[in-house]
Ligand binder design. Sequence first.
Ligand code: 16G
Length: 245
Amino acid sequence: FTAEAFEETGGGPLYLQLHRLIADAIASGRLQPGDSLPSERELATMTGLSRVTVRKGVAELVASGQVIQKRGSGTFVAPKVEKLEQALSLLTSFTEDMARRGRNVESRWIARGLFTPAPEEVMALGLGVGAHVARLERVRSSDGVPLAIERASLPQDILPDPDCVTDSLYAVLQSRGLRPVRAVQRISAANLNAKDADLLGVSPGVAGLRIERISYLPSGKVVEFTRSLYRGDAYDFAVELKLAP
Ligand code: 16G
């Protein structure tokens, strides 16, 4: 990242030139995933830019998920993630989506059990007085890359024994004739807070997609109320549109 290289970046604000220079080094493979970036002070010396400008340029890389800052140990090139595209109109499970792509699935459990429901769970699931809720909270990874944090809530009468879900929730529901056939999903933008970013192995503040799914049995009974947080750098959701009648 010498001053000469800098002059070839083609102008624009200095911090964006620095951003481009480092992004190019990552894209071309000169900087590999896991490589550490020179410190702020070193970058300033190499390029002749001020520390403030260097900090701004690096902050851009952090925000776009290209590098990760680890407190106390420095800034590193982020692991490569292959962006996944998922059709939004199919009611599939995470395990099925990954299996279709020939990828493996790992889940790291955060919580699993029966709990007293929170008001939003009572509302979403239409629970009666005194009913409990089965909660399944896990970080879902594929081929070693954490992709989403998933917090599923189900009525106790649908899943009285949450511990028996070790892998696919939908496979367990299917084996009991309780697989949902319809769902409503809401997607919104979210910046990942420090805790969620840590669970997903990205830097705090990067873009995420929050997805809420409520799914139903043919009878209209609610099966699950699931809130997921997907890494924005790892997922695209695609929908097919038809001409309005
Ligand atoms: C998907 C669903 C989630 C469902 C889970 C079951 C979205 C946004 N969410 O992640 O609602 O609970 O699949 O997956 O698609 P499993 O059968 O692999 O446990």
